[in-house]
Write a protein that binds this ligand. Sequence first.
Ligand SMILES: [Zn+2]
Length: 202
Amino acid sequence: MRERIPQRIDYHRYTEQGVILDGVMSLAESDKDLLRLNDAIIENTGGISYHLEFDTDILGNRFVTGHIDAHVVLQCQRCMDNYKLDLNCNISIAFVQNDFEQKQAEASNYDIYWISKKELFDPRVLIEDELLLALPQIPMHPDSEIGKDCDVRVNFLDGDLLVDGTVTEDDVLSSENTDSNITKSEQNDEDNPFAILKQLKK
Ligand SMILES: [Zn+2]
């Protein structure tokens, strides 16, 4: 049986001994243990693979390097359909417990992980943090999918705006009248925000 990822590790001992953690968190494990990640995504479609090498360097930095890979489903905020995204995180993180160690680690270009010396540390937290950082702030299909998988226009036309006919010429005119910020350049079709409605109606 495959060994499960440890839940409490002594980073001092791990970095001293050059321990390598290499494996896959199963879907069942991540569903149960990575609640913050689960909240941030629609679903996780496979195991989360990790390769974490603990070590020290000549300056005394205690660090972990490696990579974490996951496959998740997100909801595109442009067309509201779900889409798949591979998350591939390379990590290079130093454990620090005071300002001196922090400055030294930053000078060596490590990311920083604050920890107290005796604190046992859960590598699943690090894995989850890294995956959360790798998520896009606004999930969207890549631009290359616009008009294909990411069909914004179809969704727009399906929306109430046009189907219900709630936008009329009068609405457009009255909104133009009430909007004191409209300048002359915005009056031409190209810059008029309602010009796109005309195009879509064709
Ligand atoms: Zn989309």
